[in-house]
Structure formats: structure tokens, C-alpha cells
Design a protein around this ligand. Structure first.
Ligand code: AMP
Length: 217
């Protein structure tokens, strides 16, 4: 099963993508996680990406498309994948079509998680991420048991781009550049709309219920 998750920053894409990847045993491909990892390692890619990420802007299409193209060829994508945070522009969506055609794969469904701006800003201000394993918590909705990560004991921190001003810029970028993709995929009959303002569990159950029956194995 090959899925795309669309939604504003803070809509819960990462959380839902992790759960879906576990349930369906498919690869979770988060371009945000891959870029943050490159920044943490200080690689050439990381150095290029950091300045855009810190400002809440999109990393140039060519860079991100290159990363995804390589990632989709890996062994763990054979059973399927879930793209979280990609594509984010029309150019990326068109490039993805081409890559999938070359690989003989296709997208089964595009899950569009909707959450209004104020809710997004509120959620992200309380978001904390694990520096070691990337687990994500919310101090209000999904708090860790203590000061460190429940899963691996790593340090919890607030992403630089999770500060309010940067979040508002990321939301603006989402509206201008990524929202048009909803129509792009709706025209192809691939969109599943999900109200993302409810609990993690409710949103997850709705996604699972809404996936085309033939995919629910
Ligand atoms: P995310 O964790 O998905 O919110 O991504 C964090 C940041 O990484 C974004 O604000 C962008 O700067 C960058 N990024 C992640 N995915 C993409 C993408 N598909 N295209 C361009 N930039 C991206």
C-alpha cells in the first residue's frame, strides 16, 4: 500500500504516519526527519537545508526530490510506503509521478488531514521531539511520563522551527505551495479527507476505516 499524507504543519502527519507504517508494515518516509538528520550530522545536504528550515521556508525542490527518489528504491519500500511531508509543491508532485512510473508503482490514496491555523500554532508550541529516536510528544495532548523520551530515554527538545513566528510562516507556505496539491490529487479521485482536530486515536481509526477496502489487509 502506497500512501501520501497531506496536511499543515502540526496537523499530526508524523504521528499518524508512524502508526500507519506500523499497522501496515510499510516504510515511513518523512522528508522533514531526513533533512533534520542531515542537519544534525552536518553533511553537505544538511548545511544547504538548514538555512531554509530555520526560516520556515521550503528546501529547494531538486534537493528534496533527489532524496525521495533514492529512498523509494530501498528494499523496505517493496511492501509499500507512506510519504509524510512530501510532496509539498506541484513540482514535487509531478516529479513523484515520474519517479513512481519509472519504479512501476502508484499511489493508492492521499490522506488530507485538516486542522485550522490557530489549533496548529497551539499544538506546535507544546510539541517536543526526542533528539535520539525522533519520537514526538505534546505536553498537553500526548505528554511524556517524565523529562526524557519514554521510548529511548533521549533528550526532549523544541525544534527551532517550532517557535510561533516560524510556525506562522510555515503555515503560510503550506497554504500557498502545498494546499493546491489537494485539488491535484482530488481530480484523480485519490483524496481521503480527515478532520484532524480530534484525538490521535479517533483520527487514526477514521483513516483506517476510510482507506479503500481492497487495501485493508
Ligand atoms: P516537517 O518536519 O515535515 O514539518 O519539515 C520541516 C522542514 O523541512 C520544512 O519546514 C521544510 O523547511 C523542510 N522540508 C520538509 N519536507 C520538505 C519538502 N517536501 N519540500 C521542501 N522542504 C521540506
Amino acid at each position: 500500500m502506497n500512501l501520501i499524507l497531506l496536511g499543515a504543519p502540526g496537523a499530526g502527519k508524523g504521528t499518524q504516519a508512524k502508526r500507519l507504517a506500523e499497522k501496515y508494515k510499510i516504510a515511513h518516509i518523512s522528508t522533514g526527519d531526513m533533512l533534520r538528520d542531515a542537519v544534525a550530522r552536518g553533511s553537505d545536504l544538511g548545511k544547504k537545508a538548514k538555512e531554509y528550515m530555520d526560516r520556515g521556508e521550503l528546501v529547494p525542490d531538486d534537493i528534496v526530490i533527489g532524496i525521495v527518489k533514492e529512498r523509494l528504491k530501498e528494499e523496505d519500500c517493496r511492501n509499500g510506503f507512506i510519504l509524510d511531508g512530501f510532496p509539498r509543491t506541484l513540482k514535487q508532485a509531478e516529479a513523484l509521478d515520474k519517479i513512481l512510473l519509472e519504479l512501476g508503482k502508484e499511489i493508492d490514496a492521499v490522506i488530507n488531514i485538516f486542522v485550522p491555523e490557530d489549533e496548529v500554532v497551539k499544538r506546535i508550541a507544546y510539541r517536543r521531539s526526542c533528539r535520539r529516536c525522533g519520537a514526538v510528544y505534546n505536553l498537553i495532548y500526548d505528554p511524556p511520563k517524565g523529562d526524557v523520551c519514554d521510548k529511548c530515554g533521549g533528550d526532549l527538545y523544541q525544534r527551532d522551527d517550532d517557535k510561533e513566528e516560524v510556525v506562522r510562516e510555515r503555515y503560510r507556505v503550506y497554504r500557498n505551495r502545498t494546499e493546491p496539491l489537494i485539488e491535484y490529487y482530488r481530480k484523480r479521485g485519490k483524496i481521503i479527507d480527515v478532520n484532524g482536530t480530534r484525538s490521535i486515536e479517533d483520527v487514526f481509526n477514521e483513516i483506517v476505516r476510510s482507506l479503500p477496502k481492497k487495501l485493508n489487509f
